[in-house]
Design a protein around this ligand. Structure first.
Ligand SMILES: *[C@@H]1O[C@H](CO)[C@@H](O)[C@H](O)[C@H]1NC(C)=O
Ligand SMILES: *[C@@H]1O[C@H](CO)[C@@H](O)[C@H](O)[C@H]1NC(C)=O
Ligand SMILES: *[C@@H]1O[C@H](CO)[C@@H](O)[C@H](O)[C@H]1NC(C)=O
Length: 404
């Protein structure tokens, strides 16, 4: 029989152990917060609840990356695809995007706006180690590789895909605020991918679009997001600035901020143009919104295979289905309506274009195909139009009598 003093010691030991455990997690959260939230020259509170820190370029997050300790930040692209009017892209003339936080102030010169990460954002994440990372099965047709990994949610897609050799891609993306179940997400994005072999660990991606993701942002506004990985979503890469990698240079645009205007059913349609291209001099991959709003770049040497160009471009919607209930999720994709509903009812991407190895921007007519992972839940319908070029409607409600 155990003596009572031994029992007391055991109880104390287990209490101490559990305190140690939460202390460790707290310390890890503090450490991550300190890394993510740089000293600010100025902080601006947005009416939507975000806090935007204006961080001096000398404290730029890229310097946290071991490969880029000595990086010389490029303040503007050194080359553009053929036929672009480079004047338009002059940073002096850039149009000011209306992000809501800018009503309460602007970031000073030589600083960049960074959306502050709150303690509760990290507390909500299921893992500190994987904070800001997508599930490892986050590219279509990768399921076979990761089907054994039951802990990650299942992803569903409606996309247009094109394969070849590319130095960039463009589209105009329609914005909605779809219903999303807690812990799941719904997004619309463009993927620029280098997939040199069937080995999924070799996949490099650059991604940009909007997403609704309450567990990540703490609310259900659609937000501008970016993503990158160079090992098939395994250990590298993250959303936004959740890890060092992307180099934002724009004084007026905060990645992760909400998209201010959202489309309404039978009402006004809101959209934003997005372009990614490879700078032929530096090799960096630049990101631009609108016609002349240069956001920043992913350095060429951040990647293994994207250094030499992309082999695939994808455009479309994706949702995460947590599969924590017997029925299909009710998370919606796009507007929540199926593609055939069309204008002002279904969400769209239009003017899909690629930039080829000769730096020519053109629609991928003839080579693009569609991919739907679960057509009765979310679908896609492409078309060609004289103003919209190659376009598609896509989306769906999730759970419905044909999707249970
Ligand atoms: C940065 O520069 C220092 C001094 O020149 C050098 O020792 C170091 O190796 C460089 N680091 C990288 C990652 O290039
Ligand atoms: C899944 O989660 C369980 C419990 O948290 C854990 O023990 C297991 O190692 C996880 N499996 C994988 C493949 O990550
Ligand atoms: C896949 O690629 C990774 C990263 O380059 C490598 O470590 C691994 O050995 C490769 N696996 C196979 C089966 O070739």
């Amino acid at each position: 029989m155990m003596s009572s003093s031994v029992l007391i010691i055991l109880i104390i030991a287990s209490v101490v152990a559990s305190i140690d455990f939460s202390d460790t997690r707290d310390a890890e959260i503090d450490q991550l917060l300190k890394k993510l939230n740089k000293p600010a020259l100025k902080s601006i509170k947005s009416p939507d609840g975000d806090i935007i820190d204006c961080v001096h370029m000398k404290n730029h997050p890229i310097y946290d990356h071991p490969l880029f300790k000595n990086h010389t930040i490029q303040l503007r692209p050194s080359s553009y695809p053929e036929g672009w009017n480079n004047e338009d892209s002059d940073t002096k003339k850039q149009s000011l995007v209306n992000q809501l936080w800018t009503v309460n102030g602007r970031c000073p010169k030589n600083s960049i706006p960074i959306r502050r990460t709150r303690r509760e954002d990290i507390v909500r994440a299921k893992s500190i180690k994987r904070y800001g990372k997508k599930d490892p099965n986050s590219l279509p047709q990768s399921k076979a590789t990761y089907s054994a990994n039951r802990n990650f949610s299942e992803h569903e897609y409606s996309q247009v895909v094109v394969k070849g050799k590319f130095h960039g891609a463009k589209a105009i993306i329609n914005v909605w605020k779809p219903y999303v179940q807690p812990d799941e997400f719904s997004l619309a994005q463009m993927w620029v991918v280098a997939r040199p072999s069937s080995n999924f660990s070799e996949v490099n991606t650059i991604e940009v679009g909007w997403q609704v993701y309450k567990n990540k942002y703490g609310d259900d506004f659609p937000r501008y997001f970016i993503y990158w990985t160079r090992d098939g979503y395994s250990d590298t890469g993250c959303y936004n600035l959740d890890c060092p990698g992307f180099v934002p240079i724009n004084q007026h645009f905060a990645i992760g901020a909400a998209v201010q205007s959202v489309s309404t059913l039978d009402g006004r349609q809101e959209q934003f143009p997005v372009t990614i291209w490879k700078d032929r001099h530096s090799g960096h991959w630049w990101l631009k919104f609108s016609t002349n709003l240069i956001i920043g770049y992913w350095p060429s040497t951040l990647f293994t295979h994207l250094q030499t160009g992309a082999t695939e471009v994808q455009w479309g919607g994706e949702i995460a289905n947590k599969k924590d209930q017997p029925q299909h999720t009710t998370t919606k994709m796009g507007s929540g309506n199926f593609a055939q509903e069309g204008w002002k009812k279904a969400s769209y991407f239009r003017n899909l274009e690629i930039i080829d190895e000769g730096e020519i921007t053109r629609p991928p007519f003839g080579t693009a195909y569609t991919y739907m992972s679960h057509e009765s839940c979310y679908n896609i319908k492409p078309g060609i139009h004289n103003v919209w070029g190659l376009y598609f409607y896509y989306g769906g409600p999730g759970r419905n009598p044909n999707c249970i």
